[in-house]
Design a protein around this ligand. Structure first.
Ligand SMILES: Cc1cc2nc3c(=O)[nH]c(=O)nc-3n(C[C@H](O)[C@H](O)[C@H](O)COP(=O)(O)O)c2cc1C
Length: 330
């Protein structure tokens, strides 16, 4: 049975990859993930704000450790709060590349054009096999339209793509008015793949202290459904790769993402909950499902449930929406 897949032009032993997270901060853990079967590893992100801060400090010869976040607004983390400095990040890429055989994907996180995008070149020089650019942004300025937000994002993608010859994947949120069109615009801007979707870490109100509390809850399988819908809609149109991130917790979840059209499936919460060895269990489950259902390769099942055979996906979605609402009786 062939679990091998191609992602961003890279050959992977199987579609399960470790998503951007703290896992790769630790080379020993990264090796354990590889040994348990990870097809590739995505490192945690370096942030636009972090790169700007360090680069501005270098230009002005400011001691970062002493100056703290004087250059940043008070909302942002102190410089020392970032887990990896730029130098450490580059050394981490080299360390991982020296010890693991699977592709290492470095991650940049920002959404507006600027000098920071050139940092992708430093990833490449350090040995990264690809870059994942996370365009995380919550647009709150009433004067900026959705079109302007997306134009900035596309410019950012072009800058990153222009800085490197390794492939660039772009991780996006589901909050675009026309996600399929935006996915294709990302391809035109040079992205070799799209990663669906960012999770928004939704803050809650505390009714006692009147504070807003940011919180990071791990996902569950219910979050996969949004990804399945848009993977199924985007995959018939994309030339490049698609990756699912968010809500893959079981081997059935992984199979569903492939059926919707994903080339890879990124795992974070499930591995934080169950540890690296769980990758092996998931791969075993996928093999069993494929065997039971007569599939010999993941290529065979990829996209089998996407919207390719649906002549009018918009009408189909709208019809299902109406039917579901009509199905309730009280
Ligand atoms: C502790 C933690 C750290 C994360 N760090 C990053 C990051 O640095 N960059 C990024 O793009 N995504 C980051 N993510 C998001 C994950 O890559 C992933 O998209 C998200 O957790 C959804 O996948 P899951 O359902 O498998 O957890 C992080 C997630 C967690 C839980």
């Amino acid at each position: 049975m062939k679990l091998a897949t191609t992602y961003l032009g890279l050959k992977l032993s199987n579609p399960l990859i470790v998503g951007a997270s703290p896992f790769c901060d630790n080379v020993k853990l990264a090796c354990q993930l590889q040994d348990a079967g990870a097809g590739a590893l995505v490192m945690r992100s370096l942030f636009e704000e972090q790169i700007d801060l360090e680069q501005r400090a270098m230009v002005r010869d400011i001691e970062l450790a002493a100056s703290g976040s004087a250059e940043a607004t008070s909302y942002f983390p102190e410089y020392s709060e970032y887990q990896l400095s730029l130098d450490r990040y580059l050394r981490q890429i080299q360390g991982l590349k020296a010890l693991v055989k699977v592709p290492v994907i470095a991650s940049l996180n920002g959404y507006q054009p600027g000098g920071w995008t050139d940092f992708a070149r430093r990833f490449q020089e350090a040995g990264a096999d690809a870059v994942e650019l996370n365009l995380y942004n919550l647009a709150t300025d009433p004067n900026i339209s959705g079109a302007e937000v997306e134009a900035d994002m596309l410019e950012t993608v072009k800058s990153v793509v222009g800085a490197v010859h390794i492939p660039v994947a772009v991780k996006i949120s589901s909050f675009h008015a026309s996600p399929v069109n935006f996915g294709l615009e990302l391809e035109k801007a040079g992205a070799k793949g799209v990663v669906l979707f960012n999770r928004f870490y939704q803050p809650d109100f505390n009714l006692e202290d009147f504070e807003v509390h940011p919180q990071l809850k791990l996902s569950d399988s219910s979050e996969l459904l949004l990804r399945l819908r848009w993977l199924a809609n985007l995959s018939p149109h994309m030339k490049g790769s698609l990756s699912a991130t968010g809500g893959v917790h079981t081997s059935d979840d992984a199979i569903k993402a492939l059926l919707a059209g994903a080339h890879t499936i990124q795992l974070v919460s499930v591995l934080l909950k169950n540890g690296p060895r769980y990758l092996y269990t998931l791969l075993q489950g996928m093999r069993k499902w494929m065997e039971d259902h007569g599939y010999e390769s993941v290529d065979q099942l990829r996209g089998a449930l996407n919207q390719r055979r649906c002549p009018d996906p918009s009408a189909y979605e709208r019809a299902n929406y109406i039917r579901v609402l009509q199905s309730w009786r009280v």
